[in-house]
Design a binder for this molecule. Structure first.
Ligand code: URA
Ligand code: SF4
Length: 208
């Protein structure tokens, strides 16, 4: 299904989406939150990072990836030569699951419309999924151990899978994997932007 269709939030701006998230009560996660966390970054960001859900620090501040996992994510973003204005950061669910448990399928479904509209507005060059729950949406039926560090086109978006930075805080081998995988991002961004110019003459030749 295309993101362009069937969005109940069609026509809303990024700021209007964020405002809806802040008062949303569409799933039980609204009951335990201090602040909902819509996401933040530049509207014209080329790269959209999608985590799992707010943790304690994010719930306290209303901002995505500001705790220890966020510090590591900032390092990864910098090592790819990107700056904050190049990226937008959000999550699959916008409210903190109690005790940082995994988000439930019903909660992910209830929250899907917000991410759909964010994607539709921003049309990022690359979506980077962080962790299993974010990956599951763009790499259906896959496992993270198989697809991390690889990309595919899904629903008109180029999606690149990575482990979750929080998992790496307790496991040095995953930290190294994340540090290695993110280095593929600059090349992928170049590749995504190149085909429009490079492929056209070849396609025309094929006609004859
Ligand atoms: N982990 C996430 O998945 N998202 C955040 O915003 C912070 C930690
Ligand atoms: Fe609404 Fe999403 Fe928060 Fe659930 S997690 S209350 S759907 S914003």
């Amino acid at each position: 299904m295309s993101f362009a269709q069937a969005s109940p939030l069609a026509g809303l701006s990024l700021a209007e989406v964020a405002a809806r998230v802040l008062t949303c009560t569409d799933c039980p996660l609204s009951r335990g939150r201090t602040h909902a966390v819509p996401g933040e970054g530049a509207e014209n960001a080329r790269v959209l990072f999608i985590g799992e859900g707010p943790g304690w620090h994010e719930d306290q501040t209303g901002r995505p990836f500001v705790g220890p996992a966020g510090k590591f994510l900032d390092e990864l973003i910098a090592s790819a030569g990107l700056k904050r204005p190049d990226v937008f950061i959000t999550n699959v669910v916008k409210c903190r699951p109690p005790g940082n448990r995994d988000p439930l399928p019903d909660e992910i479904d209830a929250c899907r419309k917000y991410l759909d509209r964010q994607l539709e507005i921003m049309k990022p060059d690359v979506v980077v999924t962080l962790g299993r729950h974010s990956m599951a949406r763009f790499f259906p039926g896959e496992t993270i151990s198989r697809v991390h560090g690889t990309w595919r086109r899904q629903n008109g978006l180029v999606c690149f899978a990575m482990y979750h930075p929080a998992a790496a805080l307790h496991q040095q081998s995953l930290k190294t994997t994340l540090q290695t995988d993110i280095l593929k991002l600059p090349g992928l961004l170049q590749e995504v932007n190149r085909p429009a110019q490079a492929e056209q003459p070849a396609k025309q030749l094929n006609l004859f």
